[in-house]
Write a protein that binds this ligand. Structure first.
Ligand SMILES: Nc1nc2c(ncn2[C@@H]2O[C@H](COP(=O)(O)OP(=O)(O)OP(=O)(O)O)[C@@H](O)[C@H]2O)c(=O)[nH]1
Ligand SMILES: [Mg+2]
Length: 571
């Protein structure tokens, strides 16, 4: 089928027919291009005001025609002929553009292991007021690029004269290039394929106005942890200081090119921004970089999607993902959907993404109802527990602070704990019996472990996880667990406070517990003790300070008269 690829939006059907007709043409196998086909491509490109790329095999058949640059119209890995890593793909690309070739074109050359890339440059009729609609097919420049076995810059490009391009026997030259590549032992298949299990992620850090150097570094450090928690691997980073994001591409044009190049150099298959990006920005960036581009929120949602085990967890994650996606629905091109290995593509899945907005909205409504039911169910459970007259205390804190470890240590529970962000999604409640040291009386209380917080917890997650977060809002008191060994512990306390402030309500009684003192330096410990004289200092893994914690829990219950605890006389 003669399908025209690329972005056909706004292109007249008569022009699409002309593009389709290109498939009927055939080039002599030993020529890179003929003047006739060059002219047809140039005229068509000027008529539709868009770059056009044609792909030709070694027999001279046109196998693909696309509207857009080589990167926007590239063949997916699966559509390329299977060849060993030291061989070219046997396909060349002829592209007509209005600008000289930029790095994205060479990246397309590399990714597809093209025999050669011919770039024809014509005047953009849009930019020429006097001859608005009249195509001026005169080709202003011709460039020829091909792969060379140089790891630093694995391509070369040169201006080429028409008679060389149209008349020279290129069969031999291509074989020569291939022999050079083989002789150098250069592996072309080293390029990212997007089929790997782990995403190879290039981070883009935008340092916004008002951000200190330290805050910026912390945010990048956290983003690396988030990517790793989502099973991705950070392979590089590009950063930019920018007071106002570019509405089209977040970062400036030069930076986008740097990202494109760096992505190629580090063989990344996914680009992650440290700030939120709009649908338009994502689309523009993807078109220019040629890779899937996601933001921090999508990475967090992806971790949640991977971690959700229970029915309730899955339900809430799906709701959060759909709520996040709905205003951002953007038909990601075929090429994009194949390039992303994992992050940003898991969860509801591509097919659901492509279904209409209305279907998604209906699904959201349905999920909202299910979450309402879940909320009601949890409320009933809590009510039953309240009848037992036991005070309920919720463990809250920044993700990875050690909440689950503490609950496990105190109550011999077996909640999954790990040195990764968002290990816990589902709340777990355990009974804890503590002894009043003065009277020797035993007291029972309920301790609930729940999902961790993070700086700027995405609103979609806060809404979808309302049933889970109610364990916090409905508790009688909170144990705020802080990882004191984390360099950003003070900001973590602040971020947790900010999330708590966003909840409809939260208990006034909060006991601050500094954890991981076994790996905290003495200055930090002294500073925290001085700043928070009423706080507790513990190590959940080393079982340090736990007895004091238990005693403080008893006092805490009494002093705040949280409830009238049942007093069980000791034997
Ligand atoms: N050195 C040290 N490590 C600890 C301590 N407490 C917990 N950890 C480690 O910190 C990591 C995170 O612990 P979790 O209990 O999963 O943390 P969490 O707060 O439940 O995290 P999320 O569920 O992701 O929000 C694990 O690798 C624990 O072994 C401690 O007192 N000392
Ligand atoms: Mg946990």
């Amino acid at each position: 089928m003669a399908t025209v690829h690329g972005n056909l939006q706004g292109i007249k059907s008569s022009h699409i027919k002309q593009l389709e007709k290109l498939y009927d043409q055939r080039l002599p196998g030993d020529r890179l291009l003929t003047p006739e086909i060059a002219e047809q491509l140039a005229t068509l490109s000027q008529t539709i005001h868009h770059p056009i790329s044609g792909y030709v095999n070694r027999r001279g058949q046109i196998i693909r025609v696309g509207v857009g640059t080589p990167l926007q119209t590239q063949l997916a890995e699966t559509d390329l002929p299977r060849r060993s890593g030291d061989r070219l793909s046997g396909i060349r690309c002829i592209t007509v553009q209005f600008q000289p070739p930029d790095p994205s074109a060479f990246i397309a050359l590399m990714r597809q292991r093209l025999d050669a890339l011919v770039v024809l440059i014509v005047a953009d009729p849009k930019g020429n007021k006097h001859r608005k609609d009249k195509a001026d097919a005169s080709i202003q420049q011709m460039h020829l690029a091909h792969i060379v076995p140089d790891p630093e810059q694995p391509w070369t490009v040169e201006a080429i004269a028409p008679n060389t391009l149209f008349e020279e026997d290129f069969d031999e030259r291509i074989h020569e290039w291939e022999r050079d590549i083989q002789a150098a032992g250069f592996d072309l298949s080293d390029a990212p394929t997007g089929q790997a299990d782990r995403d190879r992620v290039l981070l883009v850090g935008v340092m916004a106005e008002g951000m200190t150097e330290q805050q910026f570094e912390d945010s990048i450090g956290e983003l690396v942890r988030l990517v790793e928690s989502a099973q991705g691997e950070v392979v590089g980073m590009v950063q930019q200081k920018r007071s106002r994001p570019d509405p089209q591409t977040v970062v400036g044009q030069g930076k986008v090119e740097e990202v494109t190049l760096e992505a190629q150099r580090s063989r990344a298959n996914l680009v992650v921004f440290n700030r939120d990006i709009s649908a338009t920005q994502a689309r523009n960036l993807e078109e220019q970089i040629g890779l899937l581009v996601v933001d921090r929120t999508e990475v967090i949602l992806d971790i949640f999607a991977q971690r959700a085990r229970s029915q309730a967890g899955k339900l809430q994650v799906e709701l959060a993902q759909l709520e996040y996606m709905l205003p951002r629905l953007r038909g990601r091109g075929q090429a994009m959907s194949r390039l992303g290995a994992g992050i940003g593509t898991r969860g509801p899945g591509e097919t659901k993404l492509e279904t209409e907005r209305r279907t998604i909205q209906r699904r959201i409504n349905q999920l909202q109802q299910e979450v309402d039911q879940l909320q009601a169910h949890r409320a009933r459970l809590r009510h039953q527990r309240e009848n037992q007259d036991m005070p309920a205390i919720a463990l809250v804190g920044y993700t990875n602070a050690g909440k689950s470890t503490l609950l496990n240590t105190l109550t011999q529970a077996d909640i999954y704990t790990a040195d990764q962000l968002f290990a816990t999604l589902d709340p777990t409640t355990r009974r804890l019996t503590v002894m009043d040291p003065d009277t020797g009386n035993r007291r029972d209380l309920l301790l609930t472990d729940t999902v961790g917080f993070i700086h700027h917890l995405p609103p979609a997650l806060m809404d979808a996880f309302r049933a889970t977060l109610e364990e916090v809002t409905e508790a009688d008191a909170l144990l705020h667990v802080v990882d004191l060994s984390h360099p950003a512990w003070e900001r973590h306390i602040q971020s947790v406070q900010e999330v708590l402030d966003e909840l409809p309500s939260s208990p006034d009684d909060v006991l601050l517990v500094f954890n991981k003192v076994d790996r905290t330096d003495s200055e930090t410990l002294a500073l925290a003790q001085q700043t928070y004289p009423n706080a507790l200092f513990i190590s959940a893994t080393e079982r340090l300070g736990l007895e004091t914690l238990r005693q403080r829990l008893v006092q805490f219950i009494d002093a705040h008269a949280i409830t009238s605890p049942e007093i069980i006389p000791s034997k």
